[in-house]
Design a protein around this ligand. Structure first.
Ligand SMILES: [Zn+2]
Length: 315
C-alpha cells in the first residue's frame, strides 16, 4: 500500500517544499507509466513537461518497463504520491497513483490538475494549506482529516499529521499562495478571515514556477568576482516592479523595473540572503494578490555558484 509520505517536522521552504527531499539538481529521471491509456499517457506527460520547463531536471517518460526507474505512475487505488526523491530504482511499486485518471465522470481539466498537483509532490512540494502563514483558520482541517481517514483507511492521528502546519524557519520562503497548484479548493464555510472560496487551481501559479526554479536552479554564467549572484527575469507581458533588500531590512528596498521579457543585471550579495517582491505596475503582488506585503526570502547555504536567476511570472 502506498501512502503519501509527508513529514510533519520539516521546515517550510520555497512555497512549501521539503528541501531535503529534492532530487539531485540536474538529474535525468526515468518515469515509467504503467499501462496507461493514450489519454492518461498524454495527461501525465503534459504535467511532467509543464514542471520540466521550470526546473533543472529531465524527465524520460516511458511506457515500457525500464531496468531502473525513479518515478512509477499507476492509474488505480486513489490519488497520491511519495514526496520527493526515492531510492528504490529497480522496484515495480508505483510512487504515484492517479486513480482519478481512470474515472469516466471526472472532467478533463480536473484530471490535468490532479496530474500537475501530484507531479508537484514528486518534486518535493507539500500542500500549500500546510504553509506556516496559512491565514484562514482551522475549520477546514476536520473535513480534510475525515476525507484522509476515509481514503487511506488509517488512524486519525496519521491523517492529522498529514495536514498539520509546517514549522517556519524562514530560510527559503515564499508568501502563502492561494493560487498554488498545491492548494486544495476549499469552500467559504470551511475558512475564516476571507470572503471567498479558494477556487480550484488548474495551472501552475507564478509562485509555483518561482519556487520550482529556486529548488532546481539552472546553471548560468554569472560574473566571476566574489559574492553571491542573483538576477531577476520577467516573463510578464507588462512592466514589473521588483523591490529587494539584501539585509532583511525593508526600510529602503532597492527598486528594479523590468520591461516585458527583460532580465536584470547580476546583483552581487555579500551573503546568501535576499528578500524581494514583484508587483505589477498597478501594485498587485505577483504571488499572492490578496497579500500585498508578501515578500519572498531566499537565504541558503547551497546558493548555486553560477548564480541564481529568479523568474517573475504574472500568470
Ligand atoms: Zn496532494
Amino acid at each position: 500500500m502506498l501512502y503519501m509520505i509527508m513529514l510533519c517536522s520539516i521546515a517550510a521552504n520555497s512555497a512549501v517544499l521539503d528541501w531535503k527531499q529534492r532530487w539531485p539538481n540536474g538529474a535525468s529521471l526515468t518515469v515509467w507509466l504503467q499501462q496507461p491509456t493514450p489519454l492518461q499517457q498524454s495527461i501525465v506527460t503534459q504535467a511532467f513537461r509543464q514542471w520540466e520547463a521550470h526546473v533543472n531536471l529531465t524527465f524520460n517518460i516511458t511506457v515500457e518497463k525500464p531496468k531502473k526507474s525513479h518515478i512509477r505512475v499507476a492509474f488505480h487505488s486513489y490519488d497520491g504520491s511519495i514526496l520527493g526523491k526515492q531510492n528504490h530504482l529497480t522496484s515495480s511499486e508505483p510512487t504515484m497513483l492517479l486513480a482519478s485518471l481512470s474515472e469516466q465522470t471526472i472532467e478533463l481539466s480536473r484530471k490535468k490538475r490532479i496530474a500537475l498537483h501530484e507531479v508537484g509532490h514528486i518534486l518535493g512540494f507539500e500542500h500549500e494549506f500546510r504553509h506556516p502563514d496559512w491565514p484562514y483558520g482551522y475549520r477546514w482541517q476536520e473535513a480534510e482529516i475525515e476525507r484522509c481517514v476515509e481514503k487511506l483507511k488509517n488512524e486519525p492521528s496519521y491523517c492529522e499529521n498529514l495536514s498539520a502546519m509546517i514549522r517556519k524557519e524562514g530560510m527559503r520562503q515564499l508568501p502563502f499562495d492561494r493560487q498554488s497548484i498545491m492548494n486544495y479548493p476549499f469552500s467559504l464555510n470551511q475558512l475564516d478571515n476571507t470572503l471567498s472560496d479558494i477556487p480550484i487551481s488548474l495551472k501552475l501559479s507564478p509562485a509555483d514556477k518561482l519556487a520550482a526554479a529556486v529548488a532546481y536552479p539552472r546553471s548560468l554564467n554569472s560574473p566571476e568576482h566574489k559574492g553571491y549572484h542573483v538576477r531577476f527575469r520577467s516573463f510578464c507581458a507588462t512592466k514589473v516592479h521588483v523591490r529587494w533588500s539584501a539585509s532583511g531590512s525593508l526600510f529602503n528596498p532597492t527598486l528594479v523595473i523590468l520591461s516585458p521579457g527583460e532580465t536584470s543585471d547580476w546583483l552581487t550579495l555579500e551573503k546568501p540572503y535576499i528578500k524581494f517582491k514583484g508587483t505589477t505596475h498597478d501594485g498587485e503582488n505577483l504571488w499572492s494578490p490578496n497579500m500585498p506585503q508578501g515578500y519572498a526570502i531566499i537565504a541558503d547555504t547551497g546558493w548555486p555558484t553560477s548564480g541564481l536567476e529568479l523568474p517573475l511570472y504574472c500568470q
